[in-house]
Design a protein around this ligand. Structure first.
Ligand code: SF4
Length: 301
């Protein structure tokens, strides 16, 4: 069995930066609060929790201390409220997310109606839409456009969640362009890391019999990779850890492709590879035993 890793795998730049900032803060402060998950990976959050990180849903009960903000960013309204209450903020917002926030702010000030292609419930988008007071709409795909009620006389701009699939973003862009608005601007804020990860996963899925996508089930970019692979590979599975691996998936696979979301650390990937190798070893020795039993039943041995 050949195990092939995608060319881009493990932490992305933004997640690595956020985790390093959290680890450094924990060393000096001992206890810090994370507003929501610092990254979408349970294993990493568990490891950081052992060092003093406490994940909270809101800051209402926190009277003093430090709040760490994930790489997805934070609504300016919430940030103001936290500062007003005298709490310290460690802001790990990824510079690429910050770029999208700055673009949205500027477009809002210039009076554009802004269409965001993304998931309205994702923390990045929840924060992003709070950067402008009105006229900002989130769409999942081109099908959502007609619900927006935009008119030809409108000035419209379209922007993307950093982890969107390029294809979906371009689909929405094309559908909006066809509306013939008075003015129409496109801001591709898809992160280059996310884009490259999707394209490497795609080429790996084409040659693999089995694709394993390692990452959190609540991670947008992991789910995007799963979608991409599922559309191409015969068999694809999203797993969070090596414990979810199933013997049956591996039995007939000659080439196993592995990719990961941007929040998956190398040590989780390594554990998956080691488990595949050990399952493979036990499977081959079992096959040898079965063959010996069959032969002895026939009276040959
Ligand atoms: S996926 Fe891209 S935008 Fe998101 S944290 Fe990583 S580098 Fe930043």
């Amino acid at each position: 069995m050949l195990i092939k890793l995608a060319k881009k795998i493990g932490f992305c730049f933004g997640v690595k930066r956020a985790v390093t900032m959290a680890e450094e803060a924990l060393k000096t402060k001992g206890r810090i609060y994370s507003l929501g998950s610092i990254i979408h990976n349970r294993e990493v959050v568990r490891a950081l929790s052992k060092k003093g990180l406490k994940v909270i849903k809101d800051t209402a009960r926190i009277r003093r201390g430090t709040i760490i903000i994930s790489s997805h960013g934070l609504s300016p309204r919430v940030a103001l409220e936290i500062r007003r209450r005298g709490l310290e903020i460690i802001d790990t917002t990824c510079p690429f997310v910050r770029k999208a926030q700055a673009a949205v702010k500027l477009l809002g000030q210039e009076g554009y109606a802004i269409v965001v292609v993304g998931d309205a419930n994702h923390p990045e988008i929840k924060a992003l839409v709070d950067f402008v007071p009105k006229n900002i709409f989130v769409v999942k795909n081109r099908g959502d456009i007609r619900k927006l009620g935009l008119k030809k006389t409108d000035r419209v701009s379209v922007i993307s969640q950093t982890t969107q699939s390029t294809k979906n973003f371009l689909d929405v862009v094309k559908a909006l362009a066809a509306k013939g608005f008075r003015e129409f601007g496109v801001y591709n804020t898809i992160c280059k890391d996310a884009e490259a990860r999707q394209s490497y996963a795609k080429s790996l899925a084409r040659e693999a019999d089995l694709m394993l996508i390692i990452g959190g089930r609540d991670s947008a970019n992991t789910n995007r990779l799963f979608e991409v692979c599922r559309n191409l590979s015969k068999e694809s599975h999203l797993i969070e850890t090596e414990k979810e691996l199933k013997d049956a998936w591996l039995k007939s696979a000659r080439v196993v492709g592995i990719t990961s979301g941007a929040s998956t650390p190398d040590w989780v990937i390594k554990k998956v590879v080691n488990k595949i190798r050990s399952l493979e070893r036990s499977y081959s020795s079992r096959s040898r035993d079965e063959i010996c039993t069959q032969i002895s039943k026939k009276g040959v041995v």
